[in-house]
Design a protein. Structure first.
Length: 301
C-alpha cells in the first residue's frame, strides 16, 4: 500500500554567495588534485617505471617508447592533450559543459606540471611505490570528482558510462587498462606491467571508496512524520519514495514506513534531515548493488 504526499514548491536557486563559494571550492579541489597527480607521476610512478591507468599511463607508454626506440624526447603535455581531445569533445556534448571545462583545466595543469617538475623518487622499493603511488593517485582522482571534474581520458569514459547506464564503471576501467599493460609488458618487461596492475588496483579501490556518487543506497524510515520527511527527501535529492502502512508488532500501534533509494553521497545529508524532523525515527540503511527502472541521477553542469 503506497501513498504520495503533496509537496510544497521547491526552493529557488542558490544565492550568488553560495555559487561563488561552490566555484571557488571546485577550483581549489581541482588545482590540489592536479598538483598531487603531477607530483605522484614525478615521484612514485617514475621511480618504479610504472604505467598508471588511463591516458596518463598511455602518455607515459608513448613517451618512453619514443625515447627508447626512436631516440625522441616528447613532452608529456603534448601527448596528453592530443589523447584527451576526442573524449573531451564527447564529454562536452553528453555530460556537461562546465564539467568538461573544469576537467580540461585538470588535464592542462597536470600535464604542464609533470613537464616542469623535476624527478623526485621517494623510494626504490617497487612494491611500496606500486601500493602507495596507487593510493595517492586514487586520492587525487577522487578530489577531482569531488570538485565536479575528472582527470580526463578514461575518467571521461567512466563518468559517461556511469551517467548513461547507472552503473559503477571504475572497476571496468581497470579491466580496460589490461591491454595497455600487455603492450607495456612486451616492450619494457613484465615486472613493470605486473607492478602497474597493483598500482591501478589500489587507485581504483580508493576511487571506489571515496566517491559514492554512483553507489545506490536504500532507506527504510519508520516515523510518525512521514510526509514531512518525504518533503525533505524530495527537496534535497529529487528522488521519489513509497509510503507503507503497517502495525508495530511490539505494541500493536499503527506505523508508517518510507521506502526510498538515493545516491550513496546523499545518505549523511538525508539522515541528518530525518533526525531534524523526527529525532525518534528508525532508519535502516542498506547498500543497493543495482537499480532497474527510473532513477534520478544528478546531472553534471
Amino acid at each position: 500500500m503506497s501513498h504520495t504526499p503533496r509537496l510544497s514548491p521547491l526552493p529557488q536557486g542558490p544565492s550568488r554567495r553560495k555559487v561563488l563559494w561552490d566555484q571557488g571550492r571546485r577550483l581549489f579541489l581541482i588545482v590540489v588534485a592536479s598538483v598531487i597527480m603531477a607530483v605522484n607521476i614525478r615521484s612514485f610512478v617514475d621511480a618504479g617505471g610504472l604505467f598508471p591507468g588511463g591516458f596518463n599511463g598511455l602518455t607515459l607508454l608513448i613517451q618512453r617508447s619514443a625515447r627508447r626506440f626512436c631516440g625522441l624526447t616528447l613532452p608529456f603535455s603534448l601527448i596528453n592533450f592530443l589523447l584527451n581531445a576526442v573524449p573531451a569533445v564527447i564529454c562536452f556534448r553528453l555530460i556537461g559543459k562546465r564539467f568538461t571545462v573544469y576537467s580540461c583545466l585538470s588535464i592542462v595543469l597536470t600535464s604542464v606540471l609533470t613537464d616542469l617538475l623535476p624527478s623526485m623518487p621517494l623510494t626504490n622499493d617497487v612494491l611500496l611505490v606500486s601500493i602507495f603511488g596507487g593510493i595517492v593517485n586514487g586520492f587525487a582522482i577522487s578530489l577531482c570528482l569531488l570538485g565536479g571534474a575528472t582527470s580526463g581520458g578514461t575518467d571521461f569514459i567512466a563518468v559517461a558510462v556511469s551517467e548513461r547506464l547507472g552503473v559503477d564503471a571504475w572497476n571496468y576501467i581497470l579491466l580496460g587498462n589490461a591491454a595497455m599493460l600487455a603492450v607495456a609488458g612486451l616492450l619494457f618487461g613484465w615486472d613493470k606491467a605486473l607492478y602497474s596492475i597493483l598500482f591501478q588496483f589500489a587507485s581504483t579501490q580508493i576511487v571506489h571508496l571515496l566517491n559514492p556518487r554512483y553507489k545506490r543506497t536504500t532507506l527504510f524510515i519508520i516515523s510518525d512524520k512521514s510526509e514531512q520527511i518525504y518533503e525533505r527527501i524530495r527537496e534535497s535529492t529529487h528522488h521519489g519514495a513509497t509510503l507503507f502502512h503497517g502495525i508495530g508488532l511490539y505494541n500493536g500501534e499503527p506505523r508508517s514506513m518510507i521506502y526510498s533509494v538515493i545516491a550513496g553521497d546523499q545518505v549523511k545529508k538525508i539522515t541528518r534531515q530525518v533526525r531534524e524532523v523526527d529525532p525518534h525515527a528508525f532508519i535502516n540503511i542498506l547498500k543497493t548493488d543495482q537499480v532497474a527502472g527510473n532513477f534520478y541521477q544528478r546531472p553534471h553542469d
